[in-house]
Design a protein around this ligand. Sequence first.
Ligand code: KIV
Length: 272
Amino acid sequence: MSASVKEVKRITTHVLRNMKAQGEKISMLTAYDYSMARILDEAGIEILLVGDSASNVMAGHETTLPITLDQMIYHASSVIRAVKRSLVVVDLPFGSYQGNSMKALESAIRIMKESGAHSVKLEGGEEIVESVKRILSAGIPVMGHLGLTPQSIYKFGTYTVRAKKDDEAKKLKEDALLLEEVGCFGIVLEKIPAALGKEVSESLSIPTIGIGGGPHTDGQVLVSHDLLGITKDFKPRFLRRYLELYDMIKEAAQEYAKDVKSGDFPNDKEQY
Ligand code: KIV
């Protein structure tokens, strides 16, 4: 952890902006429950994202679309109870903000009031800017999310790299500038060419956080279940696995079952 961040008691949106200005990279990971959030907060991760990827990795859905606002609030409250230092960002789930800025504001207020979270994240650019503005007008910090936006998977039809073509790249650059102009404190850039990640990051004074957006974004985010190897078959090029927990947990469970069945567990010391 660098000196400037070590001195910071709580990560705020201002701290993140200063980090970008000083060229200090920002780390962000997803968290959905108390125990994991406590570990990641203690590890010094600056931003914990209560992502709607909970729909996939916690609930086993194929997409992020089914997760509800109530379920996001449940996950966010669990994370908030663990956190002492990280900034907590919560995804507004599909259907809770698109096309109706009043509904977006109500959803964001419910998240802030009922979970105690510090900010919200919305997917999209110009199409959802009225919702972003309305939420910001209530004093709620907003993070944007451009590039691959999984809530629109049925529009894209595929999870492939976005904005490779000039027209889509141009729209993404305009959307990023618009989100900065209206007051977002940061933008996630998902699965876009590294050169575009660099160009967008250099054009903004708010931090960009990449996931498959190359090395030049101001920070990086991963789904913690992917980084820890709890998800087994998901192997996109951008992912670096730091553990293989799927196999480790499975082996531990098999050992335990073996010991129970053989009568080795509990032993003399493991009883009253
Ligand atoms: O929901 C999520 O985990 C996300 C990240 C992939 C950025 O939005």
